[in-house]
Design a binder for this molecule. Structure first.
Ligand SMILES: Nc1ncnc2c1ncn2[C@@H]1O[C@H](COP(=O)(O)OP(=O)(O)O)[C@@H](O)[C@H]1O
Ligand SMILES: [Mg+2]
Length: 278
């Protein structure tokens, strides 16, 4: 059994009352992004209910990472709207995104290579700390208390993600797959409502992919997060997702249950002759 399954009850997630509304947590409508002559997103619309794991698939260049970059406000779309948790996300500045409840990992990993695993994860909590610049400069007692809490939360998360043993190792010494897990811990330490995972299975072997599937399910349960999962590994997507959105050339070509999307003619066509890593 993987170490993250053995971890004791994890008290970080506060139990949430059941949602009484059927409004989706995330609603993307008619989103379009162009880079010069390239249309990266061409009127994409879909929605995700709270608590769901939604897989996003599509061949290379389909626009999946661009979609994530819009959701984390790195890109501003030319047209369309994103409503997240009842708020107009495009009205928010990029620095407010983590505090809104959006956590993400990057396709190519964006960590501080010289810093340790623990330090990298603790950085993810800064958007949530309450003490200000002056209190920090004066080292007021509230700063010390807050830092101790962040450290405690971080260490519990490292345990859950089986990273405790390498907590003091600089990130640059780790394999790509392990760095992806560190990024997931960094996103989770900020207590997101939605977790955006960009190709978390890249660089993992078969056994590790199975472990990742369990980890994603476990994280959803423990943290009550909704998950948006961009992944090339179709076998993982189909076995972990409640809903799958398929894209090609910036457009949505199918949206439904894994079985529906897998059987969709346009999806089969989009994948025919392209690399299939499942
Ligand atoms: N910053 C950028 N500048 C120019 N073109 C880009 C940029 N980001 C993505 N693209 C282009 O947009 C399209 C979609 O890319 P991307 O979202 O990375 O696809 P995916 O993640 O599905 O492989 C591709 O044609 C890509 O070359
Ligand atoms: Mg991508």
């Amino acid at each position: 059994m993987p170490a993250h399954r053995r971890a004791a009850h994890y008290p970080m997630a506060t139990p949430q009352p059941p949602r009484l509304t059927s409004n989706p947590l995330l609603c993307v409508s008619d989103l379009s992004v162009r880079f010069g002559g390239i249309v990266a997103l061409d009127g994409i619309s879909f929605s995700v209910q709270a608590g769901q794991i939604c897989g996003v698939i599509g061949p290379n260049g389909a626009g999946k990472t661009t979609l994530f970059n819009c959701l984390s406000r790195l890109y501003t779309p030319h047209a369309g709207t994103i409503v997240f948790d009842g708020q107009d996300l495009l009205a928010k500045p990029q620095h407010a995104i983590a505090a809104c409840g959006i956590g993400r990992t990057f396709q190519n990993v964006a960590l501080f290579p010289a810093m340790t695993v623990r330090e990298n994860v603790m950085v993810g909590r800064h958007c949530r700390t309450a003490t200000g610049y002056i209190a920090n400069a004066m080292r007021l007692p509230s700063v010390g208390r807050e830092e101790a809490q962040v450290r405690q939360r971080t260490d519990r998360l490292l345990e859950l993600l089986a990273l405790s043993r390498i907590a003091d190792t600089p990130v640059r010494n780790l394999s790509f797959g392990t760095r992806k897990r560190v990024e997931m811990a960094r996103a989770l330490v900020a207590d997101p409502k939605i977790l955006l995972l960009d190709e978390p299975a890249a660089g993992l072997n078969h056994e590790e992919v199975d472990g990742l599937r369990e980890l994603i399910l476990d994280v959803r349960e423990r943290f009550h997060v909704t998950v948006l999962l961009v992944e090339h590994h179709l076998n993982l997507v189909m076995r972990v997702s409640d809903q799958v959105v398929a894209m090609n050339f910036g457009r949505k070509i199918a949206d439904g249950s894994p079985a529906q999307v897998q059987a969709d003619k346009e999806v089969v066509r989009a994948y025919l002759g392209t690399e299939e890593t499942a």
